[in-house]
Design a protein around this ligand. Sequence first.
Ligand SMILES: Nc1ncnc2c1ncn2[C@@H]1O[C@H](COP(=O)(O)OP(=O)(O)OP(=O)(O)O)[C@@H](O)[C@H]1O
Ligand SMILES: [Mg+2]
Length: 260
Amino acid sequence: MPSASEGPSIAVDRLSVTYRTSIERSPTLSGTLLRLGRRQRTVRTTQALKDVSFEVPKGTVLGVIGANGAGKSTLMRTVAGILPPTEGRIEVRGRVSTLLALGVGFNRELSGRENVVLGGLAAGLSRRRLQDKYEEIVAFSELEEFMDMPMRTYSSGMYGRLAFSVAVNMEPDILIIDEALSVGDARFRRKSFEKMRELCGQDRTILLVSHALGSIRDLCDEAIWIHRGELRMADEPDAVIDAYTTFLDVGEDAVTLEDV
Ligand SMILES: Nc1ncnc2c1ncn2[C@@H]1O[C@H](COP(=O)(O)OP(=O)(O)OP(=O)(O)O)[C@@H](O)[C@H]1O
Ligand SMILES: [Mg+2]
């Protein structure tokens, strides 16, 4: 396999993303009833990312933190190529495997088994390789008994476990994990954390989005803080977490009292 040449794994250059959502102009119930079928619609725009630039060197584990709605998942979706930039550009070198926020990726009408197979094929695995990987994925998720059930019957924790197991077992060059460490129960969280530690120790570029600041501190080499769509800070995890918790006024509690 030709490895990526010199230069960063990911280069984000002056990235802006604006969502355009069609909404109903009169959101009252009677208005909705009157105008059913010929509703007046209008477009609401949300600028989710504004002029964000940073680079991620190959092999770096980058933590991404920020408040709800700050733009973290939007950033991950654009890096993953799921969402086009409105302005600016993103360069990605290597194969990306993504585990975005829950709800992306799997088809809920299909069984767990079908979803894993489709995911593997989409990731370019050969039939043979897929068979081995399938066993690993199911074993890691501990969902053997549920693999034939449609995924709509899964609890959110089960869904997250399978998603995490698929993403980390695809051996990508670049792994994007959005919020995965907080989905399972306490035992699975510990197991995911150990798996993440193992992956982070390898020569792999990882973007880890989490509100679990202790995990970010333990696992990441660098961190960025996204605040209302802007890159507020990029530095060592300790410095960024300190600034962020000071800003939130929650102090060290947020780092020590959370998960794992
Ligand atoms: N599909 C979408 N259509 C329209 N607006 C969206 C869409 N997805 C996100 N947004 C908006 O973009 C902004 C950023 O959302 P995003 O999901 O990126 O935040 P986040 O940092 O991941 O938050 P969280 O910590 O809650 O996961 C929010 O204002 C949100 O309402
Ligand atoms: Mg998010």
